[in-house]
Design a protein around this ligand. Structure first.
Ligand code: ADP
Ligand code: MG
Length: 319
């Protein structure tokens, strides 16, 4: 007998995290949640469509992980702490093995960050996963895209470009050198499949960063959005980009730089800090890559020469 909608929700989604400040979770018409006193709610939502955000026939576990991770990344970029998630899922069929793997990927990440799945919607149709996350941040302390000033130092966490290279590997779009090691290829593929949202970094940046954005559509394009929101331009010194050993080994320097600047799916944080506050970043895994300027747009430099650069990030509706 095929699994009914209610049994499906009960079996796979009722146990994705738990929190004491959830008064009513899955099972009623709405969730009833108690935000902590003195905090503001931060609400984010993101949709993953099969064939657009992940390749058709992708395994279910990374889809579950990514659907939550991309939202937690937005929460991190706001300097907030995630608390509750809602999941609207459209499935071609109720395949128990698929749902078990999906819920495992989603639930493991939810529990790791003390997030509870408190509601959602389940429908049939082409595979589409929409997740909303509610987070909390002390009143007035959210990090915004605006607020950067010319002269502020631009930083990025982690090693951008890995995930885009990993996706290219998964799609068989990259010729790998014979010297590439299996561990390096695995590392890159996993950076696409299982991104780790930079929540601890986001919290550390409260009161330090003048502006912040998460890198989902390519570092240069997303930095451009931060700069525009701040009424600034930006310049990036290409030799300062933190390229991982795996990325360099598998893609070579030129392609690695291209992946890091224009590839999507990093889910790192890009943020700006007034030079006087830079010491407050001690111990945070991040790299200074440039400055905000009084100009407009993003200039990518190699030493004194400006590199021709027009890529503005992924746009679903660009011609
Ligand atoms: P309604 O008809 O009021 O929309 P549903 O029958 O769709 O309610 O859902 C019943 C309960 O299960 C609700 O609490 C809803 O939030 C929850 N729910 C439905 N689908 C999901 C899902 N994919 N993940 C988590 N909770 C879900
Ligand atoms: Mg419903």
């Amino acid at each position: 007998m095929p699994l009914g909608e209610f049994a499906l929700i009960d079996r796979f989604f009722r146990n994705c995290g738990s929190r004491r400040d959830t008064r009513v979770g899955i099972g009623d018409d709405g969730a009833v949640l108690t935000p902590p006193a003195g905090h503001e709610l931060v609400a984010v939502v993101d949709t993953l469509v099969e064939g657009v955000h992940f390749p058709p026939q992708s395994p279910a576990r990374p889809i579950g992980h990514r659907a939550l991770a991309v939202n937690l990344s937005d929460i991190a970029a706001m300097g907030a702490t995630p608390a509750w998630a809602l999941l609207a899922i459209t499935l071609p069929r109720a395949d128990e093995d698929w749902l078990g793997e999906f819920a495992a990927g989603f639930g493991e990440l939810a529990r790791a960050h003390d997030v509870q799945l408190v509601g959602g919607d389940t429908t049939s149709g082409p595979l589409t996963v929409t997740v909303q996350v509610l987070g909390v941040v002390p009143r007035g302390e959210a990090l915004l895209r605006r607020g950067g000033q010319a002269g502020d130092v631009v930083y990025v966490t982690g090693t951008p470009g890995d995930a885009a290279c990993g996706l290219a590997l998964l799609q068989g779009r990259l010729r790998t050198p014979a010297t590439a090691r299996a561990t390096e290829l695995d590392t890159l593929r996993n950076r696409f499949l299982f991104p780790e949202p930079r929540l601890a970094a986001g919290v550390r940046l409260r009161g330090v960063a003048s502006a912040c954005i998460d890198v989902s559509d390519g570092l240069a394009g997303d930095l451009g959005k931060l700069a525009t929101a701040s009424g600034c331009g930006a310049r990036v010194e290409i030799t300062q980009l933190p390229l991982s050993e795996s990325l360099l080994a598998v893609a070579g320097r030129a392609a690695a730089e291209h992946f890091a600047l224009t590839g999507g799916d990093d889910y790192e944080l890009c943020f700006t800090v007034p030079p006087a506050l830079a010491p407050a970043l001690g111990g945070l895994p991040c790299t200074a890559i440039g400055r905000l300027t009084t100009g407009r747009g993003v200039a990518v430099l190699r030493g004194d020469s400006v590199i021709e650069f027009s890529h503005s990030g992924f746009d679903h509706f660009a011609a």
